[in-house]
Design a binder for this molecule. Structure first.
Ligand code: IMP
Length: 199
């Protein structure tokens, strides 16, 4: 199995990386499994920039293959907020029940057709030679009227992917991975890695 370090301290992301990449032949190590305690600041202005910053810093520290993800929720009615600030929205350590309630409150007056939103995932992969692959994927959907479901993490209880009626927190793991921004991005990365024999 090929080893990849996940450049994140978010345990939920590591779980999703493992779930999606291990059936495809990759062993995902968390930063702590790899003994790297580095905290990388998200100083970029875009998901892509932040994913690259995280991957590059962990690659420099480890020299082995690294995958980083910068992701978040864009809500159209509030000018694509919280966007790259998704983790910091309402304060980094504020519980997601409170962050989700704040978004629902901002959309209280929003007509149904203006509740559109998307999860965005920028993946940056760096191989041991330092070659870089960048992938961006989205999961389009809308904001629910109440928080529903206990699966997943973050904004899952308020996000309903298109053509469905369940929030991603009401979906099981397979259902979420099949439509999610991260599922799409990681499958696309695995395809690229298959195609590029030198990686
Ligand atoms: P960052 O990429 O570490 O800046 O954090 C991304 C943030 O976006 C997470 O902490 C969540 O708030 C949110 N997010 C990203 N992906 C998901 C997801 O799959 N479900 C729910 N929230 C997500």
């Amino acid at each position: 199995m090929k080893k990849i370090i996940a450049a994140t301290k978010n345990k939920n992301k590591v779980i999703e990386f493992e779930r999606i990449l291990s059936p495809l032949g990759y062993k995902v190590l968390s930063q702590s499994d790899a003994g790297i305690e580095l905290e990388v600041g998200e100083t970029g202005e875009t998901f892509e920039q932040n994913a690259y910053l995280k991957a590059a810093a962990i690659f420099q520290a480890s020299g082995v293959a690294v995958i980083a993800d910068d992701s978040g929720l864009e809500v159209d009615y509030i000018d694509k907020a919280p966007g790259v600030y998704s983790a910091r929205f309402c304060g980094k350590d504020t519980p997601y029940s409170v962050k989700n309630a704040a978004i629902l409150e901002k959309l209280k007056e929003a007509p149904e057709e203006r509740r559109t939103a998307r999860f965005v995932c920028a993946i940056c992969y760096i191989n041991p030679k330092g070659d870089v692959i960048k992938i961006n994927k989205t999961c389009e959907g809308k904001i629910a009227h109440t928080q529903k479901g206990i699966n997943g993490f973050g904004y899952d209880p308020i996000f309903i992917p298109v053509n469905g009626s369940k929030t991603t927190a009401e979906m099981n793991e397979q259902e979420k991975d099949a439509v999610s921004h991260r599922g799409k991005a990681l499958r696309s990365l695995a395809e690229e890695l298959e195609l590029r024999l030198d990686f």
